[in-house]
Write a new protein. Structure first.
Lengths: 396, 38
């Protein structure tokens, strides 16, 4: 077992802004000048002492045990980039083969919750947070409802769901929020016309209108909040501005946080050829600024925060569980043969046995740019966005 | 005699503009379940 402490996993970032440097630590953000940095770009001893005294190097300890559960590995959509595709659909019918079918049952829920209890006790955590995942989790609505209902006896504090929202009814929204669900993350793949070419039903046809309709109705029927993941690829980036206009016109921006996500080449046969140019960095900045000005909640850039499931290879603070009770290090490998790292019944396999199967969120992704280019791009966009917030008096 | 000793200048230190418990968190670009620390 690894002996990492949680504070060993946080990493600060130092970004070059237009007029100053930005220090992003686990505990907050500071404005720095050249005088506060050494020749190699790290804080001077005096600057670091001050930042530490202000708590900027201190990350928060986990307050919950973070449990990600796939309630179904099936999906009613056929997106070509999906990391759960096992091949392509060359017939053009949007039905790429997927990982094996599994469905969460009552018996497995029992074993999952007992596993979580053991893990929580070992970590000294009394509260549980659940992420409902899939496939499409709402292909097993009963499993979602039963898991949340029974988790109440195990310290359930809050829950989120990642769903395509095509199967979300007002009644389900009411029942799920009554059991602790607070937020649903929904993905959009461009403006309406482009989205409907990418985020397609396996039975044929687009999904934009039904997603929006379901979100509006669910918002009327429940206190659900939304997180909008806006996928960015060579296939849709020119339509993102139009998408923002459509979303602002149909949803309640104040109930939606939003982020712009690069589509990694995780789908078999799929490749995102978009490259991280200076022009594209301007686009990312403009989207964030426009979204914020429309009233969406745009997360503020922050330090590198460890993922509670994949950053610790002993499941110390979180776990990803497939519908059949097998453990994976990450949502990306859940349900994939050869990537199992244990079961909820028996626990994690010995570290030596699973060391090559323990990956983190982005390990298996590939992009058109190398790591250095990716990091520089993200730093540039984040720095520019901090400059914008600062110039407009919006820090904090 | 007047005291001509100059006032000590304030140390030049980084300026904290926000603490982590202010404002929103930032999601992982994957599907990370990091709510526990938000």
């Amino acid at each position: 077992m690894q002996g990492y402490r949680i504070d060993e996993k946080f990493h600060e970032r130092i970004l070059r802004g237009q007029h100053n440097w930005w220090f992003l630590g686990p505990g907050g953000i500071a404005r720095m000048t050249d005088r506060h940095l050494t020749a190699d770009g790290t804080p001077t001893p005096e600057a670091e002492r001050h930042l530490r005294a202000c708590g900027l190097y201190e990350g928060k300890s986990p307050r919950f045990y973070s449990l990600t559960v796939l309630t179904s590995t099936d999906c009613n959509l056929g997106c070509g980039y999906c990391f759960q595709n096992t091949g392509q659909d060359f017939s053009g019918k949007n039905r790429p083969p997927r990982i094996s079918h599994t469905r969460l049952t009552s018996a497995t829920i029992t074993t999952i919750l007992e596993f979580a209890q053991r893990q929580m006790s070992a970590a000294g955590l009394e509260k549980l947070h659940i992420l409902l995942f899939g496939g499409e989790p709402l292909l097993n609505p009963r499993g979602c409802l039963e898991l949340l209902a029974r988790a109440a006896d195990y310290g359930l504090e809050s829950a989120r769901m990642i769903s395509n929202a095509t199967l979300l009814t007002p009644e389900l929204a009411r029942r799920l929020t009554g059991l602790g669900l607070s937020t649903v993350q929904v993905t959009f793949d461009g403006d309406r016309d482009r989205h409907d070419l990418i985020r397609v039903r396996r039975s044929g046809g687009g999904t934009f209108d039904s997603i929006i309709t379901n979100m509006v109705r669910a918002s009327q029927a429940s206190p659900l909040r939304w997180h909008l993941r806006i996928n960015v690829s060579d296939r849709n980036h020119v339509t993102v501005d139009g998408l923002l206009d459509q979303l602002a016109g149909q949803l309640e921006p104040s109930r939606c946080s939003i982020h712009f996500a690069w589509v990694g080449d995780a789908g078999i046969g799929y490749a995102n050829e978009l490259k991280r140019t200076a022009r594209l960095a301007e686009d990312f900045l403009r989207w964030r600024v426009r979204a914020r000005e429309m009233g969406f909640l745009v997360p503020r850039p922050r330090a590198h925060i460890p993922c509670l499931t994949c950053s610790f290879d002993d499941g110390r603070y979180g776990a990803t569980v497939n519908a059949d009770g097998t453990l994976a290090s990450c949502w990306e490998t859940a349900g994939k043969p050869g990537w199992e790292v244990g079961t909820v019944a028996s626990g994690y396999l010995p570290a030596e046995q699973i060391k090559d199967r323990w990956i983190s969120c982005l390990d298996n992704r590939s992009y058109a740019d190398d790591d250095a280019t990716q990091n520089s791009f993200e730093d540039a966009v984040d720095a520019a966005y901090l400059d914008y917030l600062d110039e407009n008096g919006q820090l904090p | 005699m007047p005291d001509n000793t100059p006032e000590p200048s304030e140390p030049d230190l980084p300026e904290v503009v926000a603490h982590a418990d202010e404002g929103e968190g930032y999601p992982c670009s994957g599907y990370c379940n990091n709510n526990a620390m938000d």
